[in-house]
Design a binder for this molecule. Sequence first.
Ligand code: AMP
Ligand code: GLY
Length: 427
Amino acid sequence: MNILLLGSGGREHALAWKLVQSPLCGRLWAAPGNPGIAQDATCVSLDAADHAAVIAFCEEKTIGLVVIGPEAPLVDGLADSLRDKGFAVFGPSQAAAQLEGSKGFTKDLCARANIPTGGYVRVSSEADGIAALEKFGAPVVVKADGLAAGKGVTVAMTMAEAEDAVRDIFAGRFGEAGAEAVIEEFLEGEEASFFALTDGATIVAFASAQDHKRVGDGDTGPNTGGMGAYSPAPVLTPVLEAEAMTRIIAPTVKTLADEGMPYSGVLFLGLMLTRDGPKLIEYNCRFGDPECQVMMMRLESDLVELLHACAENRLGAIQPPRFSDQTALTVVMATRGYPGTPDKGGAIDGLAAAEAEGAKVFHAGTALKDGRLVASGGRVLNVTACGASVSEAQHRAYAAVDAISFPTGFCRRDIGWREAARESSVV
Ligand code: AMP
Ligand code: GLY
């Protein structure tokens, strides 16, 4: 079966790497891809916003499965356009992708389905936003409603900071994504991510992971798309996972199906493990980046079979996904300036030496310039390794990082620190 994969990040490199391992995979195309993805797929320049062009490509190449990596084309309805033409697509419809595309939509759904999450108020003006802050008091969380490239959330420790965040949103800082906002109760606890596959009826657990959102060691500095991750996240125990399945995921899938917008694809839950159990912070309608990279390292099942079954509403008829017991850990190497304006063009060497250390290096923002690998985006490489524990995987991943020469790059040196500390305290 020929497959088209959309996207160009480390997540898509990990998906491409796993898709081509399947005996079911015929020709793999990636749009637009990156130099790492080009090792596994044929990269083509297709604009995901041009639905007619994507459909024409799929018809010409007899594509049997389209895998949509990032959220923007999903929220833009690309899966619907392709399904209307009869193509099998991994990824939710535009209606179901509102789970990520509108924070207010998700909060209202949680309220209707009695799903544990923080208290909230939806507001559509600065005055209403400022009034709503009073209801919670600081600390409080202010969120632009729509997609804001991970920058639309302010966890405000003071009322002044919260008021500034509300003013920013309604002054148009996030454009249309800030036409509405959500004011939300601050939740305390440790964060973890959980992933499940669903075809709208059957739900299967995928895996857990923990991300490191802040740019600096010790979780300091501004938020990023994620500076590293590991999987599984033992903090999400089997009991907590089961609770997330029954109290959060199952009612979400059922409510969306009952309301005529069945969800098909991967559900990515951002959870806060509070004293009252797991609460939903947010939903994403895609695999996490860099969480996908660590989950693909551990996945033993055939990814094409899983994603195709999801797309064809027959997830219940195949074996659920199997994972290795090993821990996988990835360290993101970013280019100087990230998450602000990244310093592009810096040379990168030593990837073969890093992989000789037993790691797998997924490409994110890389490009080839005069035959040389250079940085072309904020997050550049995902140096990924496995081990019997987080500490072992961490050790191997950093040995590989140290084999890479990337003078304009940087990385956190403490990915996995929470779990590594727990491991060293249990002797
Ligand atoms: P989101 O984009 O909704 O995942 O929010 C980004 C980050 O803000 C999350 O990963 C949390 O660290 C934090 N956050 C969001 N909502 C809350 C909340 N209600 N309480 C505490 N922290 C939150
Ligand atoms: N790493 C977080 C995300 O993909 O949204």
